[in-house]
Design a protein around this ligand. Structure first.
Ligand SMILES: CC(=O)SCCNC(=O)CCNC(=O)[C@H](O)C(C)(C)COP(=O)(O)OP(=O)(O)OC[C@H]1O[C@@H](n2cnc3c(N)ncnc32)[C@H](O)[C@@H]1OP(=O)(O)O
Ligand SMILES: O=C(O)CCC(=O)C(=O)O
Ligand SMILES: [Zn+2]
Length: 417
């Protein structure tokens, strides 16, 4: 699909859009460690970090080294792996945290502090003038060590817009690489995201990173809209793990982005590694891949209804926006059910290397529907209906036990006439 004809591509009039030049900051090893089921050993962290780097994420964010002695060892170890992805650590806006972070070997530091009334009153208890003063001190310190620095306002969407613009313009002037906008409670909708990012974009010259929680199911949509509005960096986690129900899932976000900007995504990210990456993390945190997960959900590329199956057989783009081959996966046609149609059954007949007329295939399809009205069918059921029909019309020995309407398999293996 060319960029011009892609109805899902970036809007050419969005002149600030970064849809076709976004970067990923994967936080499975930071936000993901805050997921209720996560317990990462050093070895697990190393495996995940390597897999993320092989996949091609631009940055890997890791837990603060002040969280514990082991957390510090983990940051240091990951920094020494020599990965392609750059390593960031996530710290409070706090000189002690910064002084520990800069000694770990990281490429950069992601500083955060809450700016909403809720967090100012009940989390850290500091006012905006204290926040501004400590932000300047911590940023200057990290910069003096030659590291990348990002400054983020936790709970941005419940923060006062004037406070946000003041703090962002201040840190922009002292030279942060990125400012961060965080929907910490997952309450924002795409329109609010667009408006806030457009407003912020008009007052800063640094890049914008975003962090969207998924409490109300808008995380991927918000991330996409953020890029349209001019943000460039999206925080993700494998399978979307994180505090509560987590943040933007890496796989789902890739599905969104490969539709919008296929050339960029396919050339930059190793999409065929998504399934292994998700399985690795799912095993480590003891969860299943959701059945409706984009790309890797068990039925993400399975087509069932007869009308769909016919069209898919003619051209997969009819009912697929994602191509399973891009992810090293296969498509399936589910023909063993009463919603099937003769075109799907014809395709199965051909797969079985049998020859039947269209009318004969239509007769078989009716039989399948009759049985499918009574009970669930499986592939073996349909295959034996087809093979038995084929044997009967060709006067051959019956190859399969015969299936009856009642769902019993007849013991007759020989034709009786
Ligand atoms: C929305 C997010 O996900 S933010 C990232 C969350 N990540 C983490 O919490 C990392 C893991 N955390 C930890 O290991 C611990 O919380 C530590 C080591 C950071 C701090 O532990 P403790 O000193 O025992 O404090 P505790 O966790 O109870 O409370 C948080 C402290 O950080 C302060 N704080 C919270 N946010 C910030 C901030 N952004 N900048 C500066 N200080 C902050 C609070 O005021 C509080 O300090 P206080 O008890 O002196 O008032
Ligand atoms: O550092 C950030 O921007 C985000 C911190 C965080 O996890 C959140 O606000 O939910
Ligand atoms: Zn978060």
């Amino acid at each position: 699909m060319s960029a011009v004809s892609n109805p899902y591509g970036p809007n050419p009039s969005d002149y600030l859009s970064n849809v076709s030049k976004f970067q990923i900051i994967d936080s499975t090893l930071r936000e993901g460690e805050q997921f209720a089921n996560s317990f990462f050993t050093l070895d697990m962290k190393v495996q995940i970090a390597k897999a993320l780097s092989d996949f091609g994420v631009d940055y890997i964010e890791v837990t603060s080294p002040v969280a514990s002695e082991q957390a510090k060892t983990e940051v240091e170890t990951i920094c020494k792996l020599g990965l392609k992805s750059k390593i960031l650590t996530h710290i409070r806006c706090h000189m002690h945290d910064a002084s520990v972070a800069v000694e770990t070997g990281v490429d950069g530091v992601n500083i955060f502090i809450g700016t909403s009334n809720f967090l100012r009153q009940h989390s850290h208890g500091k006012d905006m003038s204290y926040i501004t003063k400590s932000a300047i001190e911590v940023i200057e310190f990290v910069k003096s060590k030659g590291l990348e620095v990002r400054f983020s306002t936790e709970d941005s969407f419940r923060s006062d817009i004037v406070d946000l613009l003041n703090i962002y313009t201040t840190v922009d002037k002292i030279g942060v690489q990125r400012i961060g906008i965080a929907d910490t409670v997952g309450g924002a909708n795409p329109r609010q995201v667009y408006e806030l990012i457009r407003t912020v974009k008009s007052v800063v010259s640094c890049d914008i990173e975003t962090h969207f929680h998924n409490d109300t199911g808008c995380a991927i949509a918000n991330a996409y809209t953020a890029l349209e509005a001019g943000a460039k960096f999206i925080d993700t986690c494998v399978l979307g793990i994180g505090e509560r129900n987590g943040i933007v899932p890496l796989g789902g976000f890739m599905a969104r982005m490969v539709v919008a900007t296929p050339e960029y995504v396919k050339s930059k990210y190793n999409l065929k590694k998504i399934r292994d990456l998700e399985n690795l993390v799912a095993d480590i945190v003891s969860v299943n891949i959701p059945f409706n997960n984009p790309i890797t959900g068990f039925c993400a590329f399975t087509h069932k209804a007869g009308i769909h199956a016919k069209a898919i057989l003619a051209n997969p783009s009819t009912y697929e926006i994602l191509n399973p081959e891009d992810f090293g996966l296969s498509r399936y046609i589910h023909f063993a059910n009463r919603l099937t149609g003769w075109n799907a059954i014809k395709s199965r007949v051909e797969q079985l290397n049998l020859t039947l007329t269209d009318n004969q295939i239509k007769e078989i399809t009716s039989k399948i529907k009759q049985i499918g009205d009574i009970r669930p069918l499986n592939i073996d059921d349909v295959d034996s209906i087809i093979k038995n029909f084929h044997a009967t019309v060709n006067n051959l020995e019956l190859p399969e036990p015969e299936i009856t309407l009642e769902g019993e398999i007849s013991r007759k293996r020989q034709r009786t006439d």
